[in-house]
Ligand binder design. Structure first.
Ligand code: NDP
Length: 405
């Protein structure tokens, strides 16, 4: 018997709401709230039609703490799943503290005017959540999220110590558009145009952004997909894993990008369309990136025509009983299958399913520690079990291939 409140009715919110409804033995009351109520109502109607479950909807401005608090006090959720945008993380955490509700999200807070991916703002809530006896779980999508759970699993069951983690994220799907992003365009483009960092021997090493000369990339042969060019990219879980995995020497994140995607991105950047500062357009203040977001396809709308596979996983290098070896843990997901199940593409699906599972761990009391946590700090076993049951089965293999130095 648990009440869940989901904030955000975009591509990921659609998956979270539907997967919660498919687990209505655990989530007995579901409320989906977002800025645009029509989007919530569309998802509600699909849930009734395809899953046969009734959910409630509400309009809320998640930038406004008092609006959130009155919604929380009215519905009295056991947990809030935040799948709005990273800009809303702190206001939703504040409202959770005020109303006495547990919190979970899939992306770290970033201020709107600077593209900074750091956990420091949310980690600063540690004492407040502890003192309130509440739990906040940060970054519980796939990456960050499952990549951290895979790490906790490897540390618990495979290794005594892990020296190196390479996270590899491949989307080999095709949506048929010349250029589109797989999740919120503004957040996605901010992420991929930044200077790249990876963790090496106790310090951050910087390399050029993926669209610049000198960016670091190599060809990796993804299981079930084949060779794809993979670019070194900064991703937020590098920060929490560097802190939470004792003895770790190196952590890198690689993501596949096509030549076509990179060319579009370069042009957009070169003509100023990815700027996040205000420009004056005929007396009207416009942020080019926000405007671009409105021109690009809505990520949720890609789902119907998306085909192909994603493969996201971690390659670990570590030691057990004095023996050094590498293991690869990954999931393969099929865009078209996600559409059949929940009218979604695989990027939203691989984010939304882990968010639902994380909330399930919390309401079942399996993850129940007051304070603010990244997923690798929590027990992985039942989460890994649920990944297999809820549509994201994983594979553990020996890895004997090559990774660049
Ligand atoms: P979308 O842009 O599709 O959806 C965002 C939703 O949040 C929209 O419904 C939007 O409302 C709503 N929203 C935005 N601002 C507010 C506000 N102030 N008040 C209330 N609702 C608001 O994004 P996605 O679904 O693609 O992504 C959702 C989140 O998931 C993002 O934070 C993203 O970074 C994260 N993510 C995490 C991944 C992971 O693996 N960890 C991978 C992919 C995404 P409206 O419709 O009115 O605009």
């Amino acid at each position: 018997m648990a009440k869940v409140l989901i904030i955000g009715a975009g591509g990921v919110g659609n998956v979270v709401a539907k997967k919660c409804a498919m687990n209505s033995d655990v989530f007995t009351d579901i409320l989906l709230a977002s800025r645009t109520i029509e989007k919530c109502n569309k998802i509600r109607d699909e849930i009734k039609k395809y899953i046969g479950v009734d959910i409630q909807t509400a309009q809320v401005d998640a930038d406004n703490v008092s609006e959130l608090v009155s919604l929380f006090n009215k519905f009295k959720p056991d947990v809030v799943i935040n799948v709005a945008l990273p800009y809303q993380d702190l206001t939703i955490m504040d409202a959770c503290l005020e109303a006495g509700v547990n919190y979970l999200d899939t992306a770290n807070y970033e201020p709107k005017d600077t593209a900074k991916f750091e956990y420091k703002w949310q980690w600063a809530y540690q004492d407040k959540f502890k003192e309130a006896g509440l739990m906040a779980v940060l970054g519980c999508g796939f990456d960050p999220g499952v990549t951290g759970v895979f790490t906790a699993y490897a540390l618990k069951h495979i290794y005594d110590e892990i020296y190196q983690i390479d996270i590899l994220d491949c989307n080999a799907g095709n949506h048929g558009y010349p250029f589109a992003t797989n999740f919120n365009p503004e957040i996605n483009i901010r992420e991929v145009t930044q200077v790249v960092r990876h963790w090496d021997n106790g310090k951050w090493v910087e390399t050029p952004p993926i669209i610049e000369e000198g960016s670091v990339h190599f060809t990796f042969n993804y299981p079930q997909i084949g060779p794809r060019e993979s670019y070194l990219l900064y991703h937020e879980e590098l920060e929490s894993l560097a802190k939470n995995v004792k003895g770790i020497k190196k952590i890198r994140f690689w993501m596949t990008f096509s030549e076509n995607y990179l060319t579009h991105l370069k042009v957009l950047r070169n003509v100023g369309m990815t700027r996040i500062d205000e420009v004056d357009y005929k007396g009207c203040k416009v942020v080019p990136m926000e405007f671009l977001r409105y021109l690009l396809p809505d990520p949720a709308s890609l789902a119907e025509r998306y085909t192909g596979l994603t493969n996201i996983g971690n390659i670990f290098d570590g030691v057990k009983d004095g023996k050094r070896f590498k293991k690869y843990i990954y999931n393969v997901c099929d865009h078209a299958e996600c559409y059949k199940e929940v009218q979604s593409q695989a990027i939203s699906y691989t984010t939304g399913v882990p968010a639902m599972i994380g909330a399930m761990m919390m309401v079942k009391g399996i993850w129940a520690k007051p304070g603010v946590y990244n997923v690798e700090e929590l027990d992985p076993d039942e989460f890994m079990n649920q990944l297999n049951k809820q549509g994201l089965p994983w594979v553990v293999e020996d890895f004997n291939g090559e990774l660049p130095e």
